[in-house]
Ligand binder design. Structure first.
Ligand code: GLN
Length: 488
């Protein structure tokens, strides 16, 4: 790994900060300078507020000087996906609808990060309202994959993944509804963690599909993911779906749990459409676990083939309802030439939303409409239960499930933009995890011959994030993929 400050993990930086070898202001300046140097190429950010970041860094240094440092994240710049509210900062969802919106409050996760001393750094690009797999649906610009600027970084949290990969943030937050943390993590050679549904508060996250959305971290190491997850997890009375559960010290758990584990390989995730280089890298990772003494066995998730269909019914149904609030009245884009109130709704929404968002609102309205509700939405909910049951059955025999994260490495910009179905299929391995509400993560597990990153997906049991992180950590400790940084 490069010796540059902006490429170091939290674990190392926090020691440097503690020893006062480096100040948070110096670190933040290094990240700002790096961002200015490379973001004209990578385009991970929608905006950033240098003065605000440096003010947070100065406050961190003052705390430390007074002996009041708050833990490993104190003074560390954390990039934030532009769909998570940060008090006083723009909150656009990469949509024209919210292009001029400034958040009047903090989300629970940014409140918790600030409490841990972290510096909320910049607004990271995404597919509009988190709908997409490439950031090409952003109303502002497409983020580029740092490993090949002609290719996409994945999505929807493409800005969050690319920023960590390019040294423009030390860790970042994204959101994952059908794969939006894990798929871009795989395509950008970083760790991406999607927690169990209900572990992390959604308060202050712009809602896409509320029964699927979860916030989680991107990082350069599993231990950094454990640290960041620990800071944002926990019950929140402001989110009625947040779960009351004890949050262990995930970082300490990594040191205690050494395996060997029982790992399941679902044959349904290794079929048609899987790129041979991805298959080879994932199989090699699986054989590492076998060599370290894990019991690796085949499991079956028989309803996998329905995952994408079920997801695009449930997610669109929920999005059509969630996005009804953007009516041009209370906030967001308001059309300038409306004749009356109905015309105002119509024109504000027609002008404010992009094509993919409109497609999903229309689909979602259709599957919820009377006469079609039972045939689509209700049936999809039943199949969703079967998909969750598949995983729970498999967990009678195994501790975790290993699969590829994405069927292919990063694809070229424009390659799938005109074909929504091809784009939807890039989430075929990640969607089931959201439908079942499980924790899932992607870790780097190799590169294609042309130098594109490949990710291994690890899927855990509900609320067993400590176990999942430990399994990932065991692989990471024996491999050094994360040290291969992009040539920018
Ligand atoms: N790519 C999927 C979609 O387009 C998942 C997005 C997400 O997880 N936010 O809906």
């Amino acid at each position: 790994m490069s010796s540059e400050l902006f490429y170091k993990p939290v674990t190392e930086l926090s020691s440097l900060l503690e020893a006062k070898t480096v100040s948070s202001v110096e670190l933040t300046q290094a990240v700002i300078a790096r961002t200015k140097a490379v973001d004209t190429k990578v385009k991970a950010f929608n905006s950033f507020d240098e003065a605000d970041a440096l003010a947070q860094a100065r406050a961190s240094d003052e705390r430390r000087a007074a002996g009041q440092a708050r833990g490993p994240l104190d003074g560390i710049p954390v990039g934030i996906k532009d769909v998570i509210a940060v008090d006083g900062q723009p909150l656009t969802a990469s949509s024209k609808m919210l292009a001029n919106f400034v958040s009047p409050y903090d989300s629970t996760v940014t409140k918790k990060l600030k409490k841990a001393g972290a510096i909320c750094w910049g607004r990271l690009n995404l597919d509009e309202f988190a709908m997409g797999s490439s950031t090409e649906n952003s109303a502002f610009h497409t983020t580029c994959n740092p490993y090949d600027l002609e290719r996409v970084p994945g999505g929807s949290s493409g800005g969050s993944a690319a920023a960590v990969a390019a040294g423009e943030a030390i860790v970042s937050l994204g959101s994952d509804t059908g794969g939006s943390i894990r798929q871009p993590a795989a395509l950008c050679n970083v760790v991406g963690f999607k927690p169990t549904y209900g572990l992390v508060s959604r308060f202050g996250l712009i809602a896409f599909a509320s029964s699927l959305d979860q916030i989680g971290p991107f990082s350069r190491s599993v231990e950094d993911a454990a640290i960041t997850l620990g800071a944002i997890a926990g019950h929140d009375p402001l989110d009625s779906t947040s779960f009351k559960t004890e949050i262990p010290n995930y970082r300490d758990e990594l040191k205690k749990r050494k395996g060997p584990w029982r790992l399941g390989i679902p044959k349904e995730y290794f079929g048609q459409g899987l790129d041979p280089e991805v298959a080879a890298a994932v199989e090699k990772a699986i054989s590492y676990y076998e060599k370290m003494g894990c019991e690796v066995k085949n499991v079956s998730l028989p309803h996998t083939e329905y995952g994408v269909g079920v997801y695009y019914i449930i997610a669109t149904a929920e999005c059509s309802s969630n996005l009804a609030r953007y009516d041009g009245i209370r906030y967001g884009h308001r059309s300038k030439d409306a004749k009356d109130i109905i015309d105002l709704y119509f024109k504000s929404r027609a002008e404010g939303f992009g094509q993919e968002v409109k497609r999903r609102i229309i689909l979602g309205t259709y599957v919820l409409s009377s006469g079609y509700y039972d045939a689509y939405y209700l049936r999809a909910q039943k199949v969703r239960t079967l998909i969750r049951q598949d995983f729970l059955n498999a967990y009678k025999e195994v501790d975790a499930i290993l699969t590829p994260t994405s069927p292919t490495p990063a694809f070229k910009k424009g390659e799938k933009a005109a074909n929504p179905l091809a784009m939807y299929l890039s989430d075929v391995y990640t969607i089931g995890v959201n439908l079942a509400g499980l924790p899932g993560m992607s870790i780097p597990c190799g590169f294609s011959k042309s130098g594109l990153p490949i990710g291994l997906q690890l899927i855990g049991q509900p609320f067993q994030e400590a176990e999942l992180l430990s399994i990932a950590n065991a692989y990471e400790k024996a491999h050094d993929w994360a040290t291969i940084t992009p040539n920018l």
